[in-house]
Ligand binder design. Sequence first.
Ligand code: AMP
Length: 214
Amino acid sequence: MKIIMLGAPGAGKGTQAIMIAERYGIPHISTGDIFRANIKAETELGKKAKVYMDQGLLVPDELTTDLVVSRIQQSDCEKGFILDGFPRTIPQAECLTRAMAGLNDRIDYALNIDVKDESIVNRMSGRRACLNCGATYHVANMPPKQAGICDHCGGSLVIRDDDRPETVAKRLSVYHAQTQPLIGYYEEMGILMNIDGSKPLNEVFEAVTKLLEA
Ligand code: AMP
């Protein structure tokens, strides 16, 4: 099962992607996580990506696409994978389609988690991330057991630089300009599935699994 997740930043696609990956036993590949791990490790890629991420901008396609195309060719991706946060531009999507065709393969589903901008701004203001392992929480909807502390590793929870209100506004406008056109792209390919992301997390997940298992 080869899946890509579409949706605005903060629509909950990361959380759904992790749940889908667990249920179907496929790797969860998040370009945001890959960049954040590189920033933490202070790699050259991390240094370059941080400049764009902190401003709410997309990391250039040339730093992103090769990374994903080589990742999906690793052996753990043979039975499937879920891409979370990639593609985010039409050129990235075209590259992915070409790379998959070169492997005699194709993406099975593009799941679009649909949430209105107003709800996204509200959600993002409550989002907290672990400085150490990157796990994300929400102060109201998905709180950690102990406020400010990560359930998984005990690390401190903070507001990510790219979740600050001014950066969220920028990320949303970048989403509408550069990523939203992918909905039409995958609709034309006949693999788009729209999911109402405004519902509680478990209901969204139920809707997702129903579609995938139909
Ligand atoms: P995310 O965790 O998916 O919201 O990604 C966080 C940030 O990483 C984004 O705001 C972008 O700056 C960068 N990023 C992640 N994935 C991509 C991508 N496919 N193309 C360009 N930039 C990306």
